[in-house]
Write a protein that binds this ligand. Sequence first.
Ligand SMILES: [Zn+2]
Length: 252
Amino acid sequence: MNLIDSHCHLYSVSNVKDAILHARDAGVTKVVVVSENLQTMEQTLKLRDNFPEFVLPALGIHPVDVLYMSQDEWGKALSFLKIHANEASCIGEIGLDYKHATTEKEKEKQRKALRAQMEVAAENHLPVNLHSRRALRQTMEEAIAFHRETGLPALLHWFAHSWKLLRRTNQEDIFVSVGPSILFSEEALKLAFAIDPQLILVETDTPVAFKGKPSNPAWAAEVAEKLITNHPEKQLTKEKLFDNAQRYLKKP
Ligand SMILES: [Zn+2]
């Protein structure tokens, strides 16, 4: 088996070596490690240096971090991103989070930060890895605009919340990743089947906890298994999930 965890904060697990061994045993051979700020971008690149076979580094500034950065901190993080983008497999975790951005001014700050980072992605011919919370439609529209303008892939992570929006992402050729929530919720599992089998990826968002247990990249295998065995049209296979991830990450 050969699976890719398409969204994972590997620097946040307590024992990285164990997590990697465990993941490999489960058939998860690579992880996209997404970053959130200057510190975690540095950590992500260090993990790539230490585990080059396993880590696909994603560099980016998370929308929640964007809110709490001074102008100076933002400038430093963005220039780090620009300098190191050529070492990244994709740009992320970027996006919009209107749970945290509640005023129009804060939302505008996030939108500007998202577009600035999408520009870096476009210049470096890199796909984007997107976060969306209480801003699903807005983030989706940004993803569609990015994909239409650049032809580069966009992935909405943990996005399966609405049939209507998934119909649109399918039409617009936007990737959507599904995580451990489908292991615990029938509703989440049903929604995952609305994603075009050509556009679905698996992820864990490690170390986010489910039922009190922190996730780890090995869980991507459980997510894949659950999707494959329950898929109503039996259209999914592990090979297909791997192939989708490769199309998402493919360099033009
Ligand atoms: Zn995340």
